[in-house]
Design a protein around this ligand. Structure first.
Ligand SMILES: NC(=O)c1ccc[n+]([C@@H]2O[C@H](COP(=O)([O-])OP(=O)(O)OC[C@H]3O[C@@H](n4cnc5c(N)ncnc54)[C@H](O)[C@@H]3O)[C@@H](O)[C@H]2O)c1
Length: 260
């Protein structure tokens, strides 16, 4: 649901250059679709080549600007820096960065080894800092930019078997606060989005059992299932100039699960 006339169109996103990490599937793919439907020039990175290439064709086939896909493992920070530079050279200076790539693999406290812990920080946290560092100079020079970091309500609600993931997600909120102060004087905004449980294909396949879904429904004030498009519309608003005075915050889209 990308060009639904019930929802907003943002003139400030037309022709804006947007970078999405982990954009080939799940929430990231919906961000790619919705930014392209706004007329933005979207670059995205992912390790899932087939899904990435299929998404490019689907978006272009819908008549939207053709996104630029580059295979990149965001854990390889040097490679990622290089790819960010390539995307900017091809599309123009990046005005919106959506730090979205992540992995919520379950892990019990007793089994976590230092290498695994490190791995989860690399896939969920480290790249968000280094991507922001890479795009910031051009945003600051233009005095215009929006960085959106994907956190999670899991850093605020009681869940088991995700200690490293939840630590990384909590760290993203501190990162958001810190970068918003650093970049704010130059007109660059940094916000964090905390999704609740969103029904991406991977969640539906791996984790959505009738019992878990009943728990979700009871925990939320709005019992409905949340879709990737619900998160994408918040991300669009944070990227657009409509939110020009909002920075350093976390924004929750969880159907009313988390209590702040
Ligand atoms: N779906 C949810 O319920 C939910 C809830 C809270 C937060 N989030 C957050 O939203 C973001 C997206 O989640 P999702 O549910 O769409 O996940 P997903 O697993 O469906 O998609 C993640 C994408 O990132 C890519 N990716 C994974 N590791 C990568 C790497 N090393 N380099 C490059 N790409 C990589 C994957 O290939 C995939 O395309 C994550 O940051 C996640 O923590 C999701």
């Amino acid at each position: 649901m990308t060009s639904d006339s019930r929802y907003a169109t943002y003139p400030s996103l037309r022709d804006a250059v947007v970078l999405v990490s982990g954009g080939a599937s799940g929430l990231g793919a919906e961000f790619v679709r919705q930014f392209a439907a706004q007329g933005a020039r979207v670059g995205f990175v992912d390790v899932a080549v087939e899904a990435g290439e299929a998404l490019v064709e689907a978006v272009a086939g819908d008549g939207h600007p053709r996104p630029l896909f580059r295979r990149c493992d965001v854990r390889d920070l040097d490679a990622y820096r290089g790819v960010i530079a390539e995307i900017a050279a091809e599309l123009g200076d990046i005005r919106v960065l959506v730090n979205n790539a992540g992995h919520d693999e379950r892990h019990s406290v007793a089994t976590v080894e230092p290498k695994y812990w490190d791995e989860l920080m690399r896939v969920n946290l480290d790249h968000q800092f280094f991507a922001a560092q890479a795009v910031a100079p051009a945003m600051r020079a233009a005095r215009h930019g929006s960085i959106i970091n994907m956190g999670s309500i899991s850093a605020h609600v009681d869940l088991l078997d995700l200690p490293a993931y939840m630590t990384a997600k909590a760290g993203i909120e501190g990162l958001t606060r810190s970068l918003s102060r650093e970049f704010g004087p130059d007109g660059v905004r940094v916000n964090c989005v905390l999704p609740g449980w969103i029904m991406t294909p991977r969640q539906l396949e791996n984790w959505v059992t009738p019992e878990a879904d009943a728990h979700r429904s009871a925990a939320q004030a709005l019992p409905q299932r949340l879709e990737p498009a619900d998160v994408a519309r918040l991300v669009l608003w944070l990227a657009a100039d409509d939110s020009r005075s909002c920075t350093g915050q976390h924004w929750v889209v969880d159907g009313g699960w988390m209590h702040s």
